[in-house]
Design a protein around this ligand. Sequence first.
Ligand code: S3P
Length: 266
Amino acid sequence: MRDLKQIREEVAACDAQLARLLARRMDCLKEALLYKKGHGLPILEPATENGKKTGAEKERGPADPARDVYGEELEQIFACISQMGKKVQGKALLDHNIALIGFMGVGKSTVSHCLRDLLAMEEAETDAMVVEAEGMAITDIFAKYGEPYFRRCESDAIIRLQNRRQVIISCGGGAVTRQENVECLKKSSRIVLLTATPETILERVKNSRERPILNGHMDLPYITGLMEKRREAYEAAADITVSTDDKPVVEICEEIIQKATAGDFS
Ligand code: S3P
């Protein structure tokens, strides 16, 4: 039987080998990213080969005897490896934040969650930050203190995000109507304006009771009028504009990444 020192040495050797292999794997993922960019291929498309899954599941191989013994543990390890792979790609793609702006119901939260999942990025929602800081719902803040107070809280949330990087920031629909918020966001973010028609917006928000701005005004003329009023502010703030009408969320995310990283790779 080997002594403890020998066993420990082999464990250390395994770790060193694993670290080298994992670094190589991450280098490959970055190289794949460059290849996709260079060949005009979709960036976020999940890796597929002959219609089958690649990634951890395939790399491990169906006939791998280690799976019989350590199946559950390997499953978890590869899930983590896959997550870290996404993170490496996310970092290679973006060294700034992505700030999503646009009218209520354009899909900022949905797009934000999808980008977060695809690139293992951090996510921040200004509304959620305000709710947390104030300990009450947005509707209650509006009812108790009024809209100007809410806007100050929203600006505070945006200031708190100004030194962060590689975060998906989902802004409340009225955030960029304040110029100070736009200037603060611009310091660290590509600002992405999501758009949709008033009809699409109404369809998406009509059952919501959480948007005080629309309470008692859940109709097309009001939404169209407010969108028009805000249009200049949205367009002036935006670095990139992406329409969300009739598009699957992954397609919207792909368009964002393509536009936000255009020119970043050679
Ligand atoms: C608002 C939009 C809301 C929220 C608040 C005010 C607005 O966020 O910040 O109710 O003025 O457009 P969503 O755009 O996420 O709904």
